[in-house]
Ligand binder design. Structure first.
Ligand code: NAP
Ligand code: MG
Length: 491
């Protein structure tokens, strides 16, 4: 792979390295083996099968988790159905709200422990799990707790009723946060839940099951079952599921959509993305460089809305790319538990080989590949921050989601050209615009075919703000008032 030693203006004398600052993992409490959380109790799986979950930074086993089969799914759905019709829907809405607040507060109390578990199970830097994942997960529960007794105000002039049992399937990139996005609005609106976390990152969802026990939720209101794709499919196909909320890849989203066709199950799909991050000549360049870094390297690029396609206006392209390389050389790749770490471990071996193979394709198709000179540990799954220039609109790495720390850079001359290129992908999840002109930011963002567009910032999330995509990035919205709609019947 071609290396290019970028100037190191931003590097201080190399003797000035950061001292290690690892977060202590001594106080976290994990069991060696986890059963399925069904009807308020941890229950052994019917198959008696368990699989190991590992730390992707060390490849060491952390715990075993149960593999749920169709009969376990049936038990969980039945528990959820009974709890929904007999208990949860009968509670006064303000009482439902109290339970949800209680979950939020316990999440805050245990934030430190949850952040560490998220980091050792998923590979993300502790700074991110501590400052973003866990606080935002709690914020989602707080926000939707507030709606529980105000649904009549959420939809003025209309009455609401719950949809029933929600089957919720989530990915590995923001495990606890995705669970919160899904569970909080469902409960607020009077539904009950069967949730399946991703195979590689089940642990914070299982800790959430313990928190739900501690919050004394009526049994069966939230059921959390672990397993692989087949477990997810059994949830999707169970006849007593009334709504599916799925976040994951576009490929699996399409399979789910096909299985649901012809049924009366409702669904929301939050799928892949290939966002354009657009930098105009009049942008504040240093600020934009930070935004590009955050856009693609946040969570190792395992972000559906990652700014994975950079469009730089021609006149500033050389300057931006030079500054970007300098800044990338200062990023610290390594121990996810170290508070100085900027880029942690790739989530799994499978994801690492997918990234490597797409990067090889990028090189084969004529892209110019540049990588940071940083060292990476020998054990575990790692990928150096990577830039591609000399790529075409038709290049595989410009069209396909890589879901890793790899940025494809293109240039443009006019606004019309960049809008055309930015929208020329099967996805439509997110985008970014950097310009000094407010009117231009509005004009461009309104022409981007994307659910979320950030202007002069990137990757900002808030529970009050809806999130979701167009085209192959999915259907429906999560977050905000819009996030309640999939969970209510309106009349
Ligand atoms: P994935 O392979 O589609 O898996 C997502 C979830 O679905 C996992 O729990 C998975 O279980 C399960 N699953 C797999 N096959 C299934 C099937 N046939 N039926 C039902 N469930 C099935 O996606 P991923 O690799 O975990 O996550 C990365 C993808 O998620 C990326 O494409 C990313 O863009 C997208 N994403 C989108 C958003 C958004 O809001 N739009 C947010 C985050 C991520 P296993 O883990 O056992 O395979
Ligand atoms: Mg998968």
């Amino acid at each position: 792979m071609k290396k290019n030693s970028a100037t190191k203006d931003l590097k201080f004398d190399t003797k000035w390295t950061y001292a290690p600052a690892p977060e202590s993992a001594d106080h976290i409490q994990l069991k060696d083996r986890y059963d399925l959380f069904i009807n308020g109790k941890f229950t052994a799986p019917a198959s008696k099968k368990y699989f190991d979950t590992i730390n992707p930074a060390t490849e060491k086993r952390i715990a075993s988790v149960a593999e749920a089969n169709a009969s376990d799914v049936d038990k969980a759905v039945t528990a959820a159905k009974n709890a929904q019709s007999k208990v949860w829907s009968k509670l006064a809405p303000a009482e439902r709200g109290k339970y949800i607040y209680r979950i939020a507060r316990i999440l805050q109390e245990k934030a430190r422990e949850l952040a560490i578990i998220e980091t050792i199970n998923g590979g993300k830097p502790i700074r991110e799990s501590r400052d973003i994942d866990i606080p935002l997960a709690a914020a989602h529960f707080f926000y939707y707790a507030g709606w529980a007794d105000k649904l009549d105000y959420a939809f003025p002039g209309m009455k609401t009723s719950p949809v029933g049992v929600a089957g919720q399937i989530i990915p590995w990139n923001f495990p606890l946060l995705m669970a919160a996005w899904k569970i909080a609005p469902a409960l607020a609106a009077g539904n009950t839940v069967v949730l399946k976390p991703a195979e590689t990152t089940p642990l914070t969802a299982l800790k959430l099951a313990e928190i739900i026990q501690e919050a004394d939720l009526p049994p069966g209101v939230v059921n959390i079952i672990t397993g692989a794709g087949a477990t997810g499919a059994a949830i999707v196909n169970h006849p007593n599921i009334n709504k599916i909320a799925f976040t994951g890849s576009t490929d699996v989203g399409k399979i789910i959509q096909k299985s649901l066709a012809g049924t009366d199950k409702r669904y929301t799909l939050e799928l892949g993305g290939k966002a354009a991050n657009i930098i105009f000549e009049d942008a504040a360049i240093n600020q934009a460089v930070e935004g590009i870094i955050n856009g693609i390297f946040f969570n190792q690029g395992h972000v559906c809305c990652a700014g994975s396609r950079l469009f730089v206006q021609e006149g500033i392209a050389n300057e931006v790319i030079k500054k970007l390389k300098q800044r990338i050389e200062t990023l610290i790749v390594g121990d996810p538990l170290d508070k100085n770490t900027d880029i942690g471990a790739i989530n799994s071996k499978a994801q690492l080989s997918k990234i490597k193979s797409l990067v090889q394709t990028g090189i084969k198709e004529g892209g110019e590949c540049w990588q940071s000179e940083c060292a990476v540990p020998s054990k575990g799954f790692w990928f150096k921050p990577t830039l591609f220039t000399n790529v075409a609109q038709s290049s595989t790495i410009v069209q396909e989601e890589i879901f890793g720390p790899v940025l494809a850079i293109q240039t443009f001359r006019t606004a019309e050209e960049v809008i055309e290129k930015a929208n020329n992908t099967p996805y439509g999840l997110s985008g970014g615009v950097w310009t000094d002109k407010g009117a231009k930011a509005f004009k461009i963002s309104s022409k981007l075919n994307a659910g979320v567009v950030w202007a002069n910032t990137y990757n900002k999330f808030d529970p009050t703000s809806p999130f979701g995509g167009y085209k192959e990035s999915g259907v429906g919205r999560e977050g905000g008032l819009h996030g309640l709609m999939p969970y209510v019947n309106l009349f």
